[in-house]
Design a binder for this molecule. Structure first.
Ligand SMILES: Nc1ncnc2c1ncn2[C@@H]1O[C@H](COP(=O)(O)OP(=O)(O)OP(=O)(O)O)[C@@H](O)[C@H]1O
Ligand SMILES: Nc1nc2c(c(=O)[nH]1)N=C(CO)CN2
Length: 177
């Protein structure tokens, strides 16, 4: 039997038809044979952090189960970005679609092209707020604190940009019986 790992992915878009890009990412994850989308956070609109001269982002977090290895999951994320016109010109610059692996079970990974937990997740309200919507009591495998505790400290920080929840309709959501 193949072991399924619980993973959390951060999705972001700030170019073009942002909702469409987010939906395309979710659809691609749902269509993958080795990924099961378990839950999606609300969708948030957030001001750009880091490189600020760019449009506002849409951000969300997806909880998935997967039988893929961390490297294979990264490959799939990068493939979905590529299929959706992602280019890399400016560090932390605008993008049609960004998919980052935040957590992969309780594993701590330090490889040249892959660091998990995502090294900047805990300083980013646009990641922690939607992650906390899905998994407040999850323990961060490095800081050994709950996502709720880590989110409260980022929320309380001065200068943290607000995350505004926005309405959308998930076109590919499975129909509940
Ligand atoms: N946990 C991770 N999830 C996704 N990519 C990662 C991760 N750890 C390392 N990387 C590497 O980061 C590289 C750069 O990714 P990308 O250009 O999307 O960064 P970014 O989203 O602009 O910045 P940030 O990593 O700060 O969110 C990728 O090529 C990938 O190999
Ligand atoms: N609000 C917001 N700001 C960002 C984002 C993002 O997804 N949302 N991603 C970045 C690079 O990963 C840099 N800055």
């Amino acid at each position: 039997m193949i072991a399924l790992v619980e993973a959390f992915l951060a999705l972001g878009s700030n170019l073009g038809d942002r909702i469409r890009y987010m939906q395309r990412a979710i659809n691609a994850l749902r269509q993958h044979d080795h990924i099961r989308v378990m839950a999606l956070s609300p969708l948030y609109e957030t001001e750009a952090v880091g490189y600020t001269e760019q449009p506002d982002f849409l951000n969300m977090v997806a909880h998935v189960q997967t039988s893929l290895s961390p490297q294979d999951l990264l490959f799939v994320c990068m493939q979905i970005e590529k299929e959706n016109g992602r280019t890399r010109e400016i560090k932390w610059g605008p993008r049609t679609l960004d998919l980052d692996i935040l957590l992969y079970g309780t594993q701590v990974i330090q490889e040249k092209n892959l660091v998990i937990p995502h090294p900047r997740m805990c300083e980013r309200a646009f990641v922690m707020i939607p992650l906390c919507d899905l998994a407040p009591s999850l323990i961060h495998p490095v800081y050994k604190k709950t996502i709720q505790e880590l989110t409260e400290s980022v929320r309380g920080k001065e200068g943290v940009v607000p995350c505004t929840m926005i309405q959308w309709h998930d076109e590919s959501a499975p129909i509940e019986n």
